[in-house]
Design a protein around this ligand. Structure first.
Ligand SMILES: *Cc1c(COP(=O)(O)O)cnc(C)c1O
Length: 494
């Protein structure tokens, strides 16, 4: 493909993408295909000779689209949103064209420098403490990771290295391994599996602590666990607090956890993967109370801030604790030149060596939406969740299971046992709608998330109507089933 072919194909691709996204509402949300469907549709081996572009483009509808779950359909209400916007796509096109591997400042200065400025922009938009900003000229700074899981992992590695160093001051004869065996990390029982996964990968014991009736991790639960574990000879060193848990969008109490972490020398990491984007709106910042205690903080602009995957923002109060934990020098990589204002060599801030120019899409999104455009997006989606909540409230077959805080509504049919699991399955089988579940007090609740940026009030109503229709059918079936099971009861009474 030469430049003139690229110009033609590129324009066609852009048209295809715009048509796809503008008409996505008409597509069935989840596909009908069975596992292994795709292999049958394409040859067993790569082509010997070049094929024409038109053949490739036409195969997108034939091969790919039948197997796509349309995450940006306004009827997709599963998991959490994943960002998608034209500005971000444009940023990614440019990133692909530059195609640098920005592992150091020298490797492509703009790649590193734009990222440092974007991390400061973002921190200011969210109202994060100044100590996370490069521009505050302290030890703080931010970095774009691929995912929240990676952010949580590297934060834990930094905390672990620090804890080992701290322990050695008192016990110079202990080995790293002996200390690691004693380290214990905490999170809430409702934390994302990324927290436990990070601990698994870092060979760290990790305890999920009980939350209160609001699904919030409180200071008392942490204090109790610390006391217990210290008595058992362990070294508590790390707490992962969640702002906006994945299951229920619950918020851990940083104003209680923070002072305990400070007094006990525990690293406090805050995972706000989904909810973090909402903090660009001042009215949601009360959920951030206590964030000044955090040693590190992450959220995913690729979830709710209209930035396409992947883009997870991580800040540290003291970035040298991360770089010293994961730095590994490589003789074939040129060091960045000496400078009065040294720039980060971001390869020392992450697991991988290579990294994409991800700050471009962030820059494009922040400029082409502006703060007010992004705030409007968040407020609209929270408003739609409130509309859905009202609809649920008006139908007495249902109840709201968890207070609605942002764009997630956890609700349930008032029905016993495993009814809600079966009900959800029946809804998802229509493929007109897609939702997932969580548990509250051991029983299933259905999660309705406002995901796609195109979702409007009519879409919410449309989804609700489907849920109501399936409920009517489901409850009739349940009634018939229980009658079948207990036919004799009525007979006995007669
Ligand atoms: C989605 C989510 C994650 C995981 O995000 P990835 O970027 O996919 O790793 C972690 N924590 C919370 C609270 C989340 O909601």
């Amino acid at each position: 493909m030469d430049a003139s072919e690229f110009r033609r194909a590129g324009k066609e691709m852009i048209d295809y993408v715009a048509d796809y996204l503008e008409n996505i509402r008409d597509r069935q949300v989840t596909p009908d295909v069975k596992q292994g469907y795709l292999r049958k549709l394409i040859p067993d081996a790569a082509p010997e000779t070049a094929e024409p572009w038109d053949a490739v483009l036409s195969d997108v509808e034939r091969v790919i689209m039948p197997g796509v779950a349309h995450w940006h359909s306004p009827r997709f209400h599963a998991y959490f949103p994943t960002g998608n916007s034209y500005p971000a796509i444009l940023g990614d096109i440019l990133s692909d064209a530059i195609g640098c591997i920005g592992f150091s400042w020298t490797a492509s200065p703009a790649c590193t420098e734009l990222e440092t400025v974007m991390m400061d922009w973002l921190a200011k938009l969210l109202g994060l403490p100044d100590h996370f900003l490069f521009s505050s000229k302290g030890l703080g700074g931010g970095v774009i990771q691929g995912t929240a899981s990676e952010a949580c992992f590297v934060a834990l590695l930094a905390a672990k290295a620090k804890a080992i160093r701290d322990a050695k001051i008192q016990h110079p004869d202990w080995t790293d391994g002996q200390i690691t065996d004693k380290l214990i990390a905490y999170n809430s029982e409702h934390a994302h599996q990324a927290a436990d996964r990070a601990a698994l990968l870092a060979h760290i014991k990790c305890r999920g602590l009980p939350s209160d009736s609001d699904l919030t991790l409180r200071g008392a639960a942490l204090a109790h666990a610390i006391e217990e574990d210290k008595a058992a000879g362990l070294i508590p060193f790390y707490v992962l607090a969640s702002l906006g848990t994945t299951g229920h969008c619950a918020f851990d109490n940083l104003t209680e956890l923070g002072p305990i972490c400070q007094a006990e020398n525990l690293w406090l990491h805050v995972d706000a993967a989904y909810a973090g984007s909402a903090f660009i709106c001042p009215e949601f910042r009360h959920y951030l109370a206590g964030v000044e205690y955090a040693d590190s903080f992450n959220f995913n602009p690729h979830k709710w801030l209209l930035v396409n995957f992947d883009c997870s923002a991580l800040w540290l109060k003291n970035t040298s604790l991360l770089t010293s934990a994961v730095q590994y020098d490589c003789p074939i990589i040129l060091d960045s030149p000496e400078s009065e204002q040294p720039m980060p060599d971001y390869r020392h801030w992450q697991v991988a060596l290579g990294r994409r120019f991800r700050s471009l899409k962030l820059w494009f999104v922040l400029r082409l939406f502006g703060l007010d455009g992004l705030q409007k997006h968040i407020r609209t989606q929270v408003g739609l969740a409130k509309e859905f909540e009202k609809l649920v409230d008006q139908d007495d077959r249902f109840e709201i299971a968890v207070p609605v805080r942002l764009g997630l509504v956890c609700f349930r049919l008032k029905a016993p046992g495993t009814a809600n699991e079966r009900f959800l399955k029946k809804i998802n089988q229509t493929k007109k709608l897609f939702m997932t579940q969580a548990t509250v007090n051991g029983s299933a609740v259905i999660r309705f998330t406002v995901c796609a940026s195109r979702t409007n009030s009519e879409d919410v109503l449309h989804s609700w109507k489907i849920i109501q229709d399936v409920a009517t059918e489901f409850l009739d079936e349940e009634k018939a089933r229980t009658k079948l099971k207990m036919p004799s009861l009525a007979a006995y009474i007669q």
